[in-house]
Design a protein around this ligand. Structure first.
Ligand SMILES: Cc1cc2nc3c(=O)[nH]c(=O)nc-3n(C[C@H](O)[C@H](O)[C@H](O)COP(=O)(O)O)c2cc1C
Length: 394
């Protein structure tokens, strides 16, 4: 049994990540926007639902397989796009992709990732998704479409909840620079976390690998590539741009970052094959509702066909059972696998997925549900917990 096997919950992995990372890096991973209300609400909203069990059903074998955006998933989970992954562990995106593939789960690489999309596709020969933005420079987005097609990506995921950057107060207060730099202020923190600092300072260069060919300025000024990307976000984006991207790509397309039945219907009408209900893990609009609370209304509006993914706040396998019972095709996660990565590289990601899978299957067995297809709203009851305490930020 390795040390990471002594982590028994996602919260255990979070504590290990907090110990291993310098504080500004941990805060970048863990934090949210403004007062972090949505970040906390994403998690606590799951506690407002009870699972109503059946008994004496044969649960000696449980069928969990499904498909997500046309790709097989051994159980209803997807690993969401997260940028700057190398900052948390040198093993970076290939470690995440390998651990996901080992569990038979889809992984979505971020535009802001630190591994070239072509290199990742060559490392892990299973279908993956790529997360894009429609940048001001439409040529850059068009370039991603053709690179993804060439490299064999199975689908695109368009993130639409970033018309402007969210207000991440932890990062403002820590003065985090991207990529992280040794300054008088950070020196002590880095020195106290050699398990992170030594590989970070001696390992592969930190790079936004998929966009860095657009500027070589990173070598001379660490902020400039990020400035470049920041300037590329287009606050003028509309549904017409979704239609444009859908016709350019002409394959499975998820719209990530919407919340309402109206927008979900519009997304499908604009050429998307599914929607990812998300508030960016509470990192953008603080005060936005929790995705789990939107699942039922969106599923009712879309009917049975399109994929509906519940993204954000999942910290237990039982959360996935609740989302699927309400009508989600699957859930997706960001921080849970990043905590694992930061704690122990690929083994840590594998541990995070194993914890969630184990909890998910045990919950199904205890609920008397032998196949996820039999999960329904009959198994779930909404019971808001008055005065529920936030579990984050301790
Ligand atoms: C460190 C970090 C980086 C992220 N980077 C991206 C990104 O590049 N693109 C994107 O669409 N979402 C990004 N997200 C949001 C995730 O895709 C996902 O929506 C969110 O993490 C889900 O919430 P959870 O962390 O509670 O699971 C990021 C999230 C985190 C924590």
């Amino acid at each position: 049994m390795s040390a990471i096997d002594h982590a028994h919950t996602i919260d255990d992995l979070r504590l290990r990540a907090r110990r291993r990372l310098p504080r500004p890096i941990f805060d970048y991973l863990d934090g949210g926007a403004d007062e972090e209300w949505s970040l906390g609400r994403n998690v606590t909203a799951f506690s407002d639902y009870e699972i109503v069990p059946d008994v004496l059903t044969d649960v000696s074998s449980i069928r969990t397989a499904t498909t997500v955006f046309g790709q097989p998933a051994a159980w209803p989970l997807m690993l969401s796009a997260t940028g700057l992954t190398r900052m948390f562990h040198g093993a970076a995106e290939p470690a995440v992709a390998r651990a996901a593939a080992a569990q038979g789960l889809p992984y979505c690489l971020s535009t802001m990732g630190t591994t070239r999309l072509e290199d990742l596709a060559a490392t892990v020969p299973v279908p993956m998704l790529f997360q894009v933005y429609v940048f001001k420079d439409r040529g850059l987005t068009r370039e991603f479409v053709s690179r993804c097609r060439e490299a064999g990506y199975a689908g695109l995921c368009l993130t639409v909840d970033t018309p402007v950057a969210g207000n991440r107060l932890r990062d403002r207060r820590s003065g985090l620079s991207l990529p992280p730099r040794l300054t008088a202020r950070s020196l002590l923190d880095f020195a106290l976390h050699p398990g992170w600092s030594i590989p970070a300072l001696t390992g592969d260069r930190f790079d936004l690998a998929n966009v860095s060919h657009r500027t070589d300025a990173l070598a001379t000024n660490p902020m400039s590539l990020f400035d470049f990307i920041g300037r590329q976000f287009d606050p003028g984006l509309t549904w017409r741009d979704v239609e444009w991207l859908a016709s350019e790509w002409n394959g499975p397309l998820a719209i990530k970052g919407l919340m309402t039945p109206e927008d979900a219907t519009r997304a499908i009408g604009s050429g998307a094959s599914g929607v990812i209900l998300s508030n960016h893990g509470g990192r953008q609009l603080d005060g936005a509702p929790a995705p789990i609370d939107q699942v039922a209304a969106v599923r009712d509006a879309l009917g049975d066909g399109p994929d509906v993914i519940c993204d954000g706040g999942v910290r237990r396998g039982s959360d996935i059972v609740k989302a699927v019972a309400l009508g989600a095709t699957a859930c997706s996660i960001g921080r849970p696998y990043l905590y694992g990565l930061a704690a122990a590289g690929e083994a840590g990601v594998a541990r995070a997925l194993a914890i969630l899978r184990d909890e998910f299957e045990r919950t199904l067995a205890l609920a008397g549900v032998p196949a996820i297809q039999s999960l329904s709203r009959r198994h779930i009851r909404h019971r808001p917990q008055v005065g529920a305490r936030l579990r984050i930020g301790q």
